[in-house]
Design a protein around this ligand. Structure first.
Ligand code: UN1
Length: 494
């Protein structure tokens, strides 16, 4: 049964003034309608901003440990509802149930981590160059934050943005992806049920119109966006014009290196999980694999064998390894990339087809796909595909591997399988990426460490970890002079 839900503004669930709605449907079976959601417009964003502005007056003064109490309560609520939300997530965006549980767990972890910050939010105390003077730094909230999130981690990523924003004392206008409104509703409900005061988090459903209204709104002082580089660039330039703070987390073209001394079995398991987990729809997904020539044939053969055995299907069913991709447009886009790969001369080792076999005909299923005989300049080796497609290329030595890994516009995640400590250390030093795994796949970052990337992956910020606080707060330097006279810094004494 389709349910309708609404925007959440000033603590009230309400429809959009546009009167228009959009549907959320199950990508594994398009007959299954999850619900109808309002297509919001500028007027809705305006209302949300007004609510966020009014709520900010008091929220910024709530002691951070009290803000943390609410966040911790939300984590308990999410834990109680973990199974229900995970099932809804599999239904709404397709990832297999185990991974959907992981997505909710990531939000629980983030809530627990952020709640701890309520009793930290450390600044510095330091010396002064003058007598009887004290100096320190404190974090200040920024104001109203506009948070725009993607569909691939429909609960985890909203938690990465909303919770650090809240602990710092900001209020929020949140626009979840149009493909996953139901999951976003569940996350916001957990905050509502945890006792978050009205207006502190406001949620607006919708697409480009709502998103642009958020980015353009003069009272929204910060925009945090996770999504494609194409949209990210637009967000950044608009924010640049208005001198708004803007934090971006965009694409990846993440690579795994397998050296000749690697544990082959471990490297294979990692590659299979990194490339095809979440149907390759993670910004951290493994889309390039560089294997030492000594292991190349065995690695290639076994990975292809195993990829062929992966079971595609509705992620709610036990035994299914790979769910559908998010929607028809994305399915076409993935296939288009595969066609380009073939045209440019890469060898399709397996996959490469949209699957319409029995039981899958009403969903968006793409076969796990592996290319070999690839060249660095090929489109499939350069552009982010965001689907179950990976490329394997042989390398002669470590130096070549590092060079190839860095030959990309992106720099999110990376991995090397080796037992050579010197090489591992050099990889940590020389790979241009925000995340490097030693003997682990490119996916699976933990919430208490900074998350983000270099080059075109981001714009210098890091979500998660303590660094998230730097996105959502401003520093103030404070000088307290208790000398009772005018003291002049930098001026030579008479
Ligand atoms: C993303 O794909 O945008 O590191 C986030 C990982 C997950 C988060 C991925 N913890 O793979």
């Amino acid at each position: 049964m389709a349910k309708s839900a609404w925007n959440f503004i000033d603590g009230k669930w309400q429809t959009s003034s546009s009167g228009e709605i959009f549907e959320s449907r199950n990508p594994a079976d398009q007959r299954d309608v999850i619900g109808n959601y309002p297509e919001s417009n500028q007027a809705d964003v305006e209302k949300a901003v007004q609510a966020a502005e009014a709520a900010y007056t008091d929220w910024r003064l709530v002691p951070p440990p009290k803000r943390a109490d609410i966040i911790l309560k939300a984590s308990r609520i999410l834990l109680e509802r973990k199974e229900t939300i995970a099932r809804l997530m599999t239904r709404e965006m397709g990832k297999v149930l185990k991974e959907a549980r992981g997505d909710v767990q990531e939000a629980i972890d983030m809530a627990q981590y952020v709640a701890g910050e309520g009793r930290r939010l450390f600044g510095q105390t330091t010396t002064s160059e003058l007598r009887n003077k004290f100096a320190m730094t404190v974090r200040m909230p920024i104001g109203i934050c506009g948070l725009i999130t993607p569909w691939n981690f429909p609960v985890a990523i909203p938690s990465w943005k909303i919770l650090p924003a809240l602990i710092c004392g900001n209020t929020v206008v949140f626009k979840p992806a149009e493909d996953t409104p139901a999951c976003a509703v569940e996350f916001v409900k957990a905050l509502e049920d945890a006792g978050l005061p009205r207006g502190v988090v406001n949620m607006i459903h919708g697409g480009v119109i709502a998103g642009e209204a958020i980015v353009h709104h003069p009272k929204i002082r910060l925009v945090s966006f996770t999504g494609s580089s194409e949209v990210g660039r637009k967000v950044a330039s608009q924010c640049g014009k208005n001198l708004k703070r803007c934090s971006l987390e965009m694409g990846g073209k993440n690579a795994q290196i397998v050296m000749e001394d690697a544990d082959l079995e471990l490297a294979l398991e990692g590659a299979l999980w990194g490339a095809f987990g979440t149907s390759g729809q993670r910004c951290t997904a493994t889309s390039r694999i560089y294997v030492h020539q000594k292991l190349y044939d065995r690695f290639r053969r076994t990975l292809v064998e195993r990829a062929k055995k992966l079971v595609l299907g509705n992620g709610i069913k036990a035994g299914v390894d790979v769910g559908p991709v998010i929607n028809g447009e994305q399915l076409k886009r993935i296939h288009h990339y595969v066609e380009i790969g073939v045209r440019e001369g890469a060898k399709l080792e397996c996959g490469g087809r949209i699957l319409k076999s029995k039981g899958l005909e009403r969903g968006f299923f793409y076969e796990p796909t592996i290319f070999t005989q690839v060249k660095p300049e090929m489109t499939i080796m350069r552009e982010e595909i965001f689907g179950p497609v990976t490329c394997i290329m042989p390398i002669k030595n470590f130096d070549q591997a590092i060079q190839e890994v860095n030959r990309t516009d992106y720099g999110l995640s990376s991995s090397i399988y080796t037992h050579d400590i010197d090489r591992a250390m050099k990889a940590i030093r020389d790979i241009e990426a925000g995340i490097t795994y030693i003997n682990g796949p490119t996916i699976g970052a933990e919430v208490h460490l900074p998350f983000g990337g270099v080059k075109c992956t981001g714009n210098g910020h890091r979500e998660a970890g303590e660094t998230a606080l730097d996105i959502f707060s401003e520093w103030k330097s404070v000088f307290i002079d208790y000398s009772g006279k005018l003291q002049k810094a930098q001026i030579d004494a008479d």
